[in-house]
Design a protein around this ligand. Sequence first.
Ligand code: 5GP
Ligand code: MN
Length: 345
Amino acid sequence: SVSNIIDEASIRQIQEYIDRSGQIVITAHLSPDGDALGSSLALCQYLQRQGKKAEVMVPNSFPYFLKWMEGAEKILIYEHNSAAGRHHLEQADLIFSLDYNILKRVGDIGPVIAASPAQKVLIDHHPYPDTLFDVTVSHPEISSTSELIFRLLFQMGEYEGLTPEEAACIYCGMMTDTGAFTYNSSNPEIYEIISLLLRKNIDKDAIYSNVYNNYSENRFRLLGFTLSQRMKIYPESHAALIYLSREDQKPFHFSKGDTEGFVNYPLSIKNIIFSTFIREDDDLIKLSFRSQKNFACNEFAAEFFGGGGHLNASGGEFHGTMEDALQRFESGLEKYREKLKKNNL
Ligand code: 5GP
Ligand code: MN
């Protein structure tokens, strides 16, 4: 059975906002991932079924292996169409914030949301949510926002009407935020929900293939290069680092999403419980962190790279040279060495 973890007062309030609203905008975080898009697209389709004018808006573009999701082609990319985006946010009666906890995570959309007179609803699973929302559904113990969207619809008594396309979006988000149910996925209710999604006739193997067996040859060769030429192991700290400069990426014709999942690979090395991936982008350096057990990689991200996220999956940024970023990482590692040792095995 699926327990009612979302409090009834929030559900009633959300229901009331939806009933009252004509135009609804659903927003999700920068560099949208499977969970950001899966949760947003499922909610969007549900709202459209209720006769609402609803759309999904994200700050920047998303990887090609997520384009198969129902409604993905209609998503407004704010970076490409900010005039329309701003207008829609200003006109909206209701704005949903999905899969992010603070407005900084939606880049240039953030200030427009803050200024909008619309009602604002947060549905998310990152710790430390902002307090500016009219309704805050924040559950860091739940592994994906997509699962929260399922739970919301389920608790609203809307399971029966859930379509196969909505179910597929929800499944995709649950799958991608748990590495295809290999971490952060021990809550038995996850599988109760999957069972309910399978009853909607989703093709879970096709969804897996769409996401994980859909990469370009370039991406695969870049992965090989990264693991063989750009990996450092710190055995003392049970840590691994992979990194790519812009120069490194050039011969592989980098395209958005190509390095998705790279950070996970070093964790498959024996005794490594902390993996970091540092990638030089056009205007900043982006960091991804993954950890195992109780090592809080979100703390590391926050302390050294102004970031955050979950206990075992987090990210951050660095503005400066690659060399300085690497140095900052290594001095951080030095500081956390005892913690990393304690957490090992
Ligand atoms: P990824 O490494 O897959 O990009 O991100 C992993 C997790 O860290 C996600 O939950 C994401 O929301 C969070 N995250 C990634 N980058 C940042 C960042 O720059 N700031 C914060 N606060 N969280 C981030
Ligand atoms: Mn998520």
